[in-house]
Design a protein around this ligand. Structure first.
Ligand code: FPP
Length: 247
């Protein structure tokens, strides 16, 4: 079956988010170091980004490094950071060729300077691209994102710049890293784990969650297409009844 052509282009998720999991296990299965799995994962990132752009996804957000990932052995953290720098350098031309804009969410000020520099440079050099926004979550944690928003709103209220009644869902959304993006429609996690791991807690309120057994380095664009077909077969009711949606 041609998965790509079976997708209904009029019912695409606007925003797809991915928890890329299983790199370490993939490497271990082959008797290799964990970083070998992260290297393999880069190929999956490239293929998935390409597939998402091909079918017309507007926002793709990938969990590349969480606030908790600093607790991994220093060797692995350093290798991941080096991989990020080399991938950013390698992919700039492809991003521009495909009209893809790079964006990041998370506290990037805590990343090594060379990562910050490369990231800022690629973001700047792709800022006018409009086909798709690729967001990398780097040193991202959802609880911390929510707390930062709460603090900023509370301080405005304290200084009388804001009335309590002005605090709406949309105002809250505007105070998150994702302020200029729609909420997530489809969240995919690989490697058979069924956790959210502090990723986009507010933004996934109505998302479909799809868990895939494959380890991230084995994930390819066809797996993305299959997940989107699954998504399209679900009825998103947003609290309404099926009868209300299909009178
Ligand atoms: C999860 O697998 C993966 C990560 C924490 C890092 C993801 C990074 C990449 C795919 C490579 C670089 C990314 C970009 C955007 C160029 P895991 O290590 O938790 O695997 P395990 O659960 O099997 O141990």
């Amino acid at each position: 079956m041609d998965l790509k052509n079976s997708i209904d282009k009029n019912n695409l998720p606007k925003h797809v988010a991915i928890i890329m999991d299983g790199n370490g296990r993939w490497a271990k299965k082959q008797g290799k170091l964990r970083i070998f799995g992260h290297n393999g994962g880069v190929k999956s990132v490239r293929d998935t980004v390409e597939g998402a752009a091909e079918i017309g996804i507007k926002y793709l957000t990938m969990y590349a490094f969480s606030t908790e990932n600093w607790n991994r052995p220093k060797l692995e953290v350093d290798a991941l950071m080096a991989l990020l720098v080399s991938s950013l350098k390698d992919e700039l031309t492809t991003l521009n060729k495909n009209n893809i804009k790079l964006n990041s969410i998370g506290d990037t000020s805590k990343l090594p300077l060379r990562v910050q520099k490369n990231l800022a440079s690629v973001i700047d050099q792709t800022k006018n691209n409009s086909r798709m926004t690729l967001t990398l979550a780097l040193n991202y944690g959802s609880k911390s994102e929510i707390l930062t928003a709460v603090k900023s709103i509370a301080s405005k209220a304290k200084n009388n710049e804001l009335n309590i009644d002005d605090i709406t869902e949309s105002l809250f959304s505007e105070n998150l890293y994702t302020s200029n993006m729609p909420d997530v429609d489809l969240l995919i996690r690989t490697s058979g784990e069924t956790r959210i791991s502090n990723f986009l807690l507010w933004q996934i309120a109505y998302a479909e969650l799809i868990f895939i057994e494959k380890l991230w380095p084995d994930f390819r664009k066809d797996d993305l297409f299959e997940a989107i077909l699954n998504y399209q077969n679900k009825e998103r009711r947003f609290g309404k009844t099926s009868e209300q949606l299909n009178p």
